[in-house]
Ligand binder design. Structure first.
Ligand code: FMN
Length: 388
């Protein structure tokens, strides 16, 4: 059993075990990948203030996100095709999150269906919705999430059109993978992944296949997105979706203060400052750089969460100390899942909690509600001064 001390250890094992097509799918940003890179490198520009001689007993990373108790301010982000990274990946990740006491968000583009995840878990999870032109299908999807007792609807706003990730086009990404000479050659070196997949409950999109008519090729993510996602989504439609859902709504993909104010107007319970992990608009600001202006605009009126670029508990500490009420990890849990299944996701969460806990202590803080900007050293020009 390898000794895992950080998220990078999991990433190395993940790289070895999972077929190239799915590794590349996760480990890519759009176009030049500038935003993808800066999501992580911008965290490094923020420093922590060491404090000493503070009693550090009785520490806790527990807090709340949208009123739900969480063991640390970290949720699992919605990640499409998780069940291709590891057999029954969504079920395994959801179980790890449940065991750890953090929220799990199931993507519309998951392999395991809403019903399969609900059956395999005992606590409510969150469901992430992509809006489609087929409004009957969207209504049925919302009803399925209600029937599964999902406790929040996360509506993703930054993917009405798919950002181009070069490697997915070159690899011919699909679920299940199409068997070409080069995929076969690569799959032959990933035998443990293949054996797991033979026993998987499902190898296609569980929320789509069998629930919607007239899709020419649901295995092809790009084709499905082009045909089905609703390019006319606007704030009126978002307000209507909130009404149809009737429960807590989290709006994901906010990067601009004006959009944050609109999200507030339509009654969001929380917003996620996110650039989709650098997978959509390349050249957009990193999430951590966009956070301060959004907090200034709406931070006292709605819960502001953040994702994109979190690879450690120190990143969580920086985002939360800046003012975010919660964070999400995407790739960090996918690395764990691809490396070691459910155990790997639990390990990723444990690594992050440990880093968060120790860093908090060394900054002289014992509880999440004691965190604030005063433990951070943020460069003066961090947000950037832009010409109007
Ligand atoms: C492989 C992959 C698939 C994703 N699929 C979805 C998705 O189906 N729905 C969604 O809202 N976001 C999706 N995202 C974005 C994540 O929810 C999240 O915003 C992002 O991963 C955060 O960045 P991080 O990976 O650096 O933590 C995906 C991200 C990755 C890496």
């Amino acid at each position: 059993m390898p000794v895992i001390t950080c998220i990078d250890d999991l990433k190395r094992i993940y790289h070895r075990r999972v077929p190239r097509m799915f590794y590349d799918y996760a480990e890519s940003g759009s176009w030049t990948e500038q935003t993808f890179r800066e999501n992580t490198s911008d965290f490094d520009k923020i420093y922590l203030k060491q404090r000493v001689a503070v009693d550090m007993t009785g520490r806790s990373t527990a807090t709340q996100m949208i009123g739900e108790e969480v063991s640390m301010p970290v949720a699992l982000a919605p990640v499409g095709l998780t069940g291709m990274q590891c057999a029954d990946g969504e079920i395994k990740a959801a179980r790890a999150a449940e065991k750890f006491g953090v929220p799990f968000t199931l993507s519309t583009m998951s392999i395991n269906s809403i019903e399969e995840v609900a059956e395999a878990t005992s606590k409510p999870f969150w469901f992430q919705l992509y809006t489609m032109t087929d409004t009957d299908y969207v209504s049925r999807l919302i009803q399925r999430a209600k029937d599964a007792k999902c406790s929040a609807l996360v509506i993703t706003l930054d993917l009405q059109i798919l950002g181009q990730r070069h490697k997915d086009l070159k690899n011919g990404l699909s679920a299940p993978p199409k068997l070409t000479p080069s995929t076969i050659a690569n799959l032959m070196t990933k035998w443990s992944w293949g054996i797991g997949m033979l026993g998987a409950k499902r190898r296609n999109f569980g929320n789509i296949v069998g629930h919607v008519d007239g899709i020419s090729d649901a295995a092809d993510l790009g084709a499905w997105t082009k045909e089905s996602f609703d390019p006319t989504l606007d704030w009126g439609k978002i307000a209507k979706l909130k009404e149809d859902w009737g429960g807590k709504v989290i709006l994901k993909g906010i990067l601009d203060a004006e959009d944050a104010k609109m999200a507030l107007k339509v009654g969001a319970d929380a917003i996620i400052v996110s650039n989709h992990g650098g997978r959509q608009l390349d050249g957009a600001l990193s999430s951590i750089r966009a956070l301060p202006s959004i907090l200034e605009a709406v931070g006292d009126q709605v819960e502001v969460h953040l994702d994109s670029g979190i690879r450690s508990g120190q990143d969580v500490l920086k985002a939360v100390s800046m003012g975010a009420k919660g964070t999400y990890i995407g790739r960090a849990f996918v690395y764990g899942l691809g490396a070691m299944g459910q155990k790997g996701v639990e390990t990723a969460l444990e690594v992050i909690r440990n880093e968060l806990d120790i860093s908090m202590a060394l900054c002289g803080r014992r509880r999440i509600d004691e965190l604030g900007r005063d433990i951070l050293l943020i460069p003066q020009d961090f947000e950037g001064r832009w010409q109007s």
